[in-house]
Write a protein that binds this ligand. Structure first.
Ligand SMILES: Cc1cc2nc3c(=O)[nH]c(=O)nc-3n(C[C@H](O)[C@H](O)[C@H](O)COP(=O)(O)O)c2cc1C
Length: 368
């Protein structure tokens, strides 16, 4: 099957075409609960794992952890975690994200002294100055280098879902009149400078993925036509893999409900792929091996990301490879897994999946 053909990205060799999509389940990164959860997906046979959106500050700034040795401890623990993942044959990278806090933010709560910031002022966000923009670009670069030094195999820049990189590209959010705003190409500048600065920090061999929000699904937001042009420039700037997503955090469209057809967003990956040479990832309710295989066979994408389906059944890849696809436990696209993000009552150890009661609780319910 094409799904199990290896793929080389720079010096990283993926054993198959299956990517675990980044999914923030508020489990943390390197603690035992998070590690056990991710290790089960690695053992389940996925080619690579993208660790969920992680604030750049957490990799470079102890203040974001609220403790003096936060970054050093992250690096040390991540090294042993990545060693364990590598023993399964899987690769692992991290999605780097800017969650609109400056000078520092950790993604879950405001770091004392930080403010909410955006390309242009809104009711609750202040417009970034050019110096602040430079400082954020530097942080992406420093965080990428730290990820590399922590044993991670690649980084992914989160340029989708209405977060900072996406906001700079979006004509709705970016009303700047300096060189970072204006026409489409000016709105690409922040993203392109970030990619170039990351590339300079990590060198030529370390793979850099970009999660491109190819359509924002909101009035005046990013369109596919614009994203096709952006993808060309991102490739030129040094991106190695284009992970094509969609939607905006406000309209929750990135994770389609059960009413959406299977593979509902594949047309985006297919369209982006026409304009670039680097590998493209398709995502969005690609739950059956038949569909995943067809997407690859029809060259609509080079890699298939499985998100919620791997929460429900971590062993999807292994079952398919062993010819036991009928044993796959299907994801219902019910979006119960958003509970950790949306309910203030949820805490690690509470259920996150209607179907798989062990998801996120593997440490509490070890397999016999
Ligand atoms: C609970 C949850 C958290 C998510 N967190 C992230 C994230 O941190 N970064 C990101 O780019 N996408 C995130 N996503 C979107 C997924 O990566 C994926 O694109 C989406 O769920 C569609 O794929 P699927 O139908 O295979 O689940 C999240 C999705 C879910 C369900």
């Amino acid at each position: 099957m094409k799904l199990f053909e290896p793929l080389k990205i720079k010096k990283m060799k993926l054993k198959n075409r299956l990517v675990m999509a980044p999914m923030q389940l508020v489990l943390g990164l390197t603690n035992k609960r998070a590690r056990t959860y991710y290790m089960e997906r690695a053992k389940g046979g996925v080619g690579c794992i993208v660790l969920a959106a992680t604030a750049v500050d957490l990799l470079v700034d102890d203040k974001a952890w609220g403790r003096p040795d936060g970054v050093a401890r992250f690096t040390e623990t991540m090294q042993s975690f990545t060693d364990d993942v590598h023993k399964t044959g899987a690769k692992i990278g991290i999605q780097l994200w800017h969650g609109n806090h400056f000078p520092a933010g950790n993604g879950s709560a405001d770091v004392p002294g930080s403010r909410r910031v955006a390309p242009s002022a809104t009711d609750d966000m202040k417009e970034l100055t050019r110096d602040e923009i430079q400082s954020i670009i530097e942080k992406f670069a420093m965080a990428s280098k730290k990820a590399m030094e922590s044993g991670l195999d690649f980084i992914e820049l989160h340029g989708a879902h209405g977060y900072l990189l996406c906001q700079f590209f979006s004509g709705t959010d970016n009303k700047r009149t300096d060189e970072y705003g204006g026409d489409l190409y000016a709105r690409m500048r922040f993203g392109l400078e970030t990619v170039k600065s990351v590339r300079a920090a990590v060198g030529n061999d370390f793979p850099v993925f970009y999660r491109l929000g190819a359509e924002e699904k909101r009035a005046g937001g990013v369109t596919l036509r614009q994203s096709k042009l952006f993808a060309i420039e991102l490739e030129k700037a040094g991106v190695d893999v284009m992970d094509v997503s969609i939607g905006h955090v406000a309209n929750r469209s990135a994770s389609p409900s059960k009413r959406a057809s299977m593979g509902t967003y594949v047309y985006l990956a297919e369209a982006i792929k026409q304009n670039i040479k680097i590998p493209v990832i398709a995502v969005g309710r690609i739950h059956t091996p038949e569909l995943a295989e067809t997407i690859l066979a029809q060259q609509k994408a080079d890699l298939i990301a499985l998100g919620r389906q791997l929460i429900t059944d971590p062993y999807w890849p292994q079952k398919v490879q062993e010819g036991k696809a009928k044993n796959i436990i299907p994801c219902q696209s019910c979006n119960t897994c958003f509970r950790p993000l949306r309910s203030s009552k949820w805490k690690p150890g509470d259920p996150i999946c209607k179907v798989n009661e062990r998801a996120g609780r593997e440490i509490d319910m070890p397999l016999p």
